[in-house]
Design a protein around this ligand. Structure first.
Ligand code: BGC
Length: 398
């Protein structure tokens, strides 16, 4: 069943894994999510707490990634560690991330960093979060503070992880809707704030770090029309991702983050298939969604190179992860054959980690014992790593 091999993707193709800061590091005591999960009536079902202790075990994590054959590593810089109090920049935290970048480079991995992956300092949240009038200015102060990290050898920067999900947080927090019926319509004001912060960050990094590749990662689902619903796909997708994708025009790459898809009916509603197999997050098991999502992004943004910055599946049986990834990669290759300019694939995720209030959805290529933090690779780690395009590995050695 598995016809993928090292020659399936072109030389130089980035072959990576993605992790987020808060979901793996542990002990992010100055962050808004830490604050929230420790409130007496916290809506957070399960605490993140120590997460999987990657703040201390990052060398082990890098060894696993490089040892399996990957060429690239995406990880997060945690704003609440860099600036735990308003205006205080922690040199120790900056140096910590400098060491991770150096450690990745020393292992032959190209580092990609995410500047904002859903968590912010509690002082920023308490002061109005993205609604504060000085939000962009405060974010740029943090961006300036991470310069030594970028200078240590970062290859790509993702400004904001899934701005279109950030823009539905108020809806999710109100409990009015959840993600089980697709992405709710994002908050219009937050949509514009996200776009503004992104554009300001790109401009700042272009000025301070010319040569660094800058973009953001949008959650893109595959929307296929029911008969006669072609135009409805457009109107359904427009506020949910297309407005964010269009704001990427001129960026060095667009990060595409795809897990699933749905069928759109006439009238613009998403249709769920009650018989479809589900993953541990309750999403439909749809490996081919990746190719469909990429094809739509390529049509919308023909001039912006695409990097798959997240794709993966929460399953208990690792064989199902390999089955899912095989289907996803085949569909990606087909989209590339149809003309999509795709420069890399980053799997979500390296580790079974904290899934925003829950520990049960296991997305990892590596299992983690939550008492001892011992990492145990699953067969999928070496299977996926072994697909790293061979010429890229040769180029690294040379
Ligand atoms: C996020 C990750 C999350 C993953 C799986 C993406 O929305 O960037 O933080 O763990 O999907 O739900």
């Amino acid at each position: 069943m598995n016809d993928l091999n090292r020659a399936t993707f072109p030389a130089g193709f980035a072959w990576g894994v993605s992790v987020g800061s808060h979901q793996t590091e542990g002990g992010n005591v100055a962050s808004d999510w830490w604050y929230r999960e420790n409130q007496p009536d916290s809506p957070v079902a399960e605490r993140c707490g120590d997460a999987v202790d990657s703040y201390h075990r990052w060398e082990e994590d890098l060894d696993l990634v490089a040892g399996a054959g990957f060429t690239d590593y995406r990880f997060g810089i945690e704003w609440s560690r860099i600036e735990p109090a308003d205006g205080f920049i922690s040199r120790a935290a900056v140096n910590h991330y400098v060491r991770i970048v150096q450690g990745a480079v020393a292992r032959g991995l190209r580092p990609m960093v995410t500047l904002y992956h859903f968590t912010m300092p509690q002082w920023f949240a308490a002061g109005g979060s993205w609604g504060r009038p000085d939000a962009a200015e405060r974010f740029l102060r943090y961006v300036d503070a991470v310069a030594p990290i970028l200078d240590a050898g970062v290859d790509r920067v993702m400004t904001i992880n899934e701005p279109n999900i950030v823009a539905v947080f108020p809806i999710l927090e109100s409990g009015a809707e959840d993600l089980s019926h697709g992405i709710p319509v994002p908050h219009e004001g937050l949509t514009q704030v996200m776009i503004g912060v992104h554009r300001a960050t790109v401009a700042r990094l272009r000025a301070t770090h010319p040569g660094l590749a800058v973009g953001w990662g949008v959650s893109v689902q595959d929307y296929q029309p029911e008969p006669g619903a072609e135009a409805d796909v457009e109107s359904y997708a427009e506020p949910r991702d297309q407005v964010f994708l269009r704001a990427s025009a001129g960026d060095d790459f667009i990060g595409v983050q795809t897990y699933t898809g749905g069928r759109i009916a006439v009238g613009g509603t998403i249709v769920r298939n009650p018989d479809a197999p589900r993953t541990l997050t309750g999403w439909e098991f749809t490996p081919e969604a990746l190719g469909g999502a990429v094809a739509r992004v390529a049509r919308l943004l023909p001039d912006v190179p695409i990097v798959i910055t997240e794709n993966g599946v929460a399953v208990a049986d690792d064989a199902r992860r390999i089955e899912y990834s095989t289907g996803a990669l085949r569909s990606l290759r087909a989209a590339m054959d149809d003309g999509a300019d795709v420069r890399g694939y980053f799997h979500w995720s390296l580790l079974d980690n904290w899934e925003w209030g829950h520990w049960s959805p296991t997305f990892g290529l590596v299992a983690v014992d939550r008492e001892t933090f011992v990492r145990t690779p699953k067969p999928s780690l070496h299977w996926l790593g072994s697909l790293a395009p061979v010429a890229a590995a040769v180029a690294e050695v040379a």
